[in-house]
Design a protein around this ligand. Sequence first.
Ligand SMILES: [Zn+2]
Length: 256
Amino acid sequence: MKKKIALFLIGLLFLSGIFLGIEKAGEKSKHSTITTTTSTTSTTTQTNKQKKKNAVKSELPDVSVKDWNLLLVNAHNTVKDRQPNLTSLANGQQLDEKVYPYYVQLSEAARQAGYTLLAISGYRSVAYQQQLLNNDIQSYLNQGYSQEAAKKKALEYMTEPGTSEHHTGLAIDVLEQTWYEKGNALETSFGETKAGEWLAQNAATYGFIIRYPKGKEDITGIQYEPWHLRFVGKENALYMAKHQLVLEEYLALLKD
Ligand SMILES: [Zn+2]
């Protein structure tokens, strides 16, 4: 009896050995199939990427990275003594005089769509930016943050003096009057309002871009700001909107 059980167990081990072998071989072939498929897919993606890049480049407007309206200002490109000729809006906010007429057109189009744009902040001098930053840091210090944490927190939404687009007169923060009167300020939820959506969809027609869009924070270095408009001119703005490029990406494409 014991012998029979032993034989049975040996037989069982033998069979399971074969079974495992088949299984392993099956797995192996499955793996190699997957590997082949993956490499084919990545080749296809690369070709598509290249094709897409070429298509994108063929439609590029005939402009120069040195154009005044393409001035790049960010953490790595500070403003050096740019003193624009300014024009004041009705509420005292200022813009570069060359940008002003386009902002008026944008406001008028918004009004016709049922939204009253409110200019919150246009041109700011470097000194004024420093003061705003200091105030913001102080408010975080008052909330109990350490000096270092307060500065970090403040710089999530504010730029170091000299690195703000507001020094150029080419940028303006806008909200919608009714929304603002309900007690809202520069909050990301503005982007989800009807006015915020209208702005994102129509600003390019008047030469403006939403400079810090969602999902591009790693390139712009700035959190999503649905209210911050930057003038770049109509053809640049329309191209950037169509291809979902931020200014940094667009300039890189022009330089290519
Ligand atoms: Zn801004």
